[in-house]
Design a protein around this ligand. Structure first.
Ligand code: URA
Length: 212
């Protein structure tokens, strides 16, 4: 895949190590859930690197001082249902004051196109940084529609964080929303004929929630 300006792989050793744990088909639901959140937490440390700061005057036990704190309205973490929920707690570990908005998509059985069925977001989206989370960026269809849904509601500063991305999905998503920075723990090989990422980790929702 050619270099795409708004796509970033966060290949930190801890992230790669943890990703290998959850890729293994023998990793059970409990461990899968825990490690997905751990990876989300590590990723959001990098993803938040450019968050704006403002100066604030405080008094330490020793003296007055001007220091920095996060500026602006509270961040929003926005999971794409259902699997995105598996990354929310990890993000909240590092940004505990974040608000959580939910984006529900279903796939039309005939057209195979995603449709939005539920979007519940905090107010003043236009003034907030929004971190959309979904473990798998496969065809890119639901990621594109999720960002469409947020922009329709006024969102302007959106980042997308996934664990595993397929080149096919990255290309269409990055082109459809070139203003959205996309972060993945891994860029995998391809999609198979059933729409699964290869080597991937299987169905992220089923593995997180113990369903089949
Ligand atoms: N969604 C998943 O959960 N897994 C894939 O491999 C592709 C889409």
């Amino acid at each position: 895949m050619d270099k795409i300006k708004n796509f970033h792989v966060l290949d930190h050793p801890l992230i790669q190590h943890k990703l290998t744990i959850i890729r293994d088909e023998n990793c059970g639901t409990r461990e899968f859930r825990e490690v997905v959140n751990e990876i989300a937490e590590l990723m959001v440390y990098e993803v938040s690197r450019d968050m704006p700061l403002e100066e604030v005057e405080i008094k330490t036990p020793v003296s007055k001082t001007t220091q920095k704190r996060l500026a602006g309205k509270k961040v929003v973490v926005a999971p794409i249902l259902r699997a995105g929920i598996g990354m929310v707690d990890g993000v909240l570990e590092l940004i505990p004051s974040a608000k959580v908005g939910h984006i529900g998509m279903y796939r039309d059985e005939e057209t195979l196109k995603p449709h939005e069925y539920f979007v519940k977001m905090p107010d003043q989206l236009e003034d907030r940084e929004i971190i959309v989370v979904d473990p798998m960026l496969a065809t890119g269809g639901s990621a594109i529609m999720a960002v469409d849904a947020l922009k329709k509601r006024g969102a302007k500063r959106i980042k997308f964080v996934c664990l595993v991305a397929a080149p096919e999905g990255v290309e269409v998503f990055a082109k459809a929303h070139s203003d959205v920075e996309i972060y993945a723990a891994s860029l995998d090989d391809c999609l198979n004929e059933d729409g699964y990422i290869v080597p991937g980790l299987g169905d992220a929702g089923d593995r997180l929630f113990g369903t089949k």
